[in-house]
Design a protein around this ligand. Structure first.
Ligand code: SF4
Length: 364
């Protein structure tokens, strides 16, 4: 197991689930396992810990999800040119610890790393989605409130998911990760229905801000390996951070990527500038006071988030888009949590409607 755990909690009624059986079998012997009546008892912040959010990441809770698994991306808003992403929540929180991660705010009151023993019930929701519009294509991802693969070596959920999606014509699964945990993927034929995406950052951001993640080089190597195994691949440059030398470093990173994964084999890219609500910015700076990536020039934008000064952000978006254009393939691209005006400014065209771009990304 790549990540350390301090404790595992199993909610009443989940002990006999396939998920609990797999996790408890793979767990190192020295990790204590406690059975609890209600997962909320184990999920509350540890008030005595110096860093309750960080401590929560080291407690794994196996519980039943009591609310729907499938929902529109929570970052979506009519103010932004959205990508039509649908989120499948099979876990909540992440054992890695990026200084800019929005989960520090989103899960502040519920920081334990939860995985849902009844995850197979999500397949009924997915079938209802698939049947509701046979002529449409949907892109569904598990990497919004958790990293899709961080604990896959012990949960093996990717196997169930890939086998399900491989037989659904109008559903595409996106597994989004900052790890190189791909062993389970290499053993299954995704039949073209599964996309694996990596968030990529230059070495300077990785070393300063992306604690416990795989290195950018390891992520790129993993992308090459899954591509060779029949998966589609995509890359997210998000958050894009405007530090001194950022443009040089991001272009160098793209050069490194294109040396290993040719442009014509990339399904799409996304970009999104660093953005933080005041509460998130406060929490991040408190947990990572020495991280220079959190201290760039930013302004409070109309959506209530601190964002990199617009000209700096635009200049970075344009430089990256230009580099991909030079690579000679028409790679679909979108901006995350940006208004249509910024999209037009970067790509010179009006963004497609969310449903349209969602379908395009699902099919590429
Ligand atoms: S890998 Fe993703 S989910 Fe995990 S801490 Fe980093 S930003 Fe958050």
């Amino acid at each position: 197991m790549r990540f350390d755990l301090d404790a595992v909690f199993v909610e009443h009624g989940c002990a006999d689930s396939a998920l609990a059986t797999r996790v408890l079998r793979a767990l190192p012997r020295d990790v204590p396992v406690t059975h609890v009546a209600d997962a909320r008892d184990a999920s509350r912040p540890i008030s005595t810990a110096l860093d309750p959010f960080g401590a929560g990441k080291r407690r794994l809770v196996i519980a039943r999800r009591k609310t729907p698994f499938l929902m529109p991306c929570p970052a979506g808003s009519s103010k932004f040119a959205c990508c039509g992403y649908l989120v499948l929540t099979l876990a909540s929180n992440c054992p890695m610890d990026c200084s800019y991660c929005f989960l520090q705010e989103y899960l502040a009151d519920n920081p334990a790393f939860q995985v849902y023993a009844n995850f197979a019930e999500s397949f009924d929701e997915l079938d209802r989605l698939s049947d509701s519009a046979r002529g449409r294509s949907f892109r569904v991802g598990t990497g919004e409130l958790a990293d899709s693969l961080a604990f896959d070596s012990i949960t093996e959920i990717s196997r169930d998911l890939i086998e399900f999606f491989a037989t659904r014509e109008n559903l595409t699964l996106e597994l989004k990760t900052k790890t190189d945990e791909i062993e389970n993927l290499l053993a299954i034929d995704p039949r073209g229905r599964v996309l694996v995406s990596w968030t990529l950052s230059p070495d300077a951001v990785y070393r300063s801000s992306e604690h416990l993640t795989a290195s950018p080089a390891a992520r790129i190597a993993a992308a090459r390996a899954v591509l060779d195994a029949g998966y589609r691949v995509a890359f997210h440059f998000d958050p894009l951070i405007a530090y001194p030398d950022a443009e040089r470093d991001y272009i160098g990173l793209i050069d490194e990527l294109l040396d290993t994964v040719p442009a014509k084999q990339i399904s799409f890219i996304s970009m999104g500038g660093l953005r933080m609500t005041p509460r998130l910015r406060g929490a991040a700076r408190c947990r990572f006071p020495g991280d220079p990536m959190l201290c760039g020039e930013d302004v409070l934008a109309a959506d209530g988030r601190f964002r990199t000064f617009t000209p700096l952000r635009l200049s970075l978006y344009r430089a990256l888009a230009e580099r991909f254009k030079k690579a000679g393939a028409e790679i679909p691209a979108y901006l995350c949590m940006e208004p249509a005006s910024i999209h037009e400014n970067v790509f010179g065209a009006v963004p497609p409607r969310p449903a349209t771009i969602g379908e395009r990304l699902a099919r590429t």
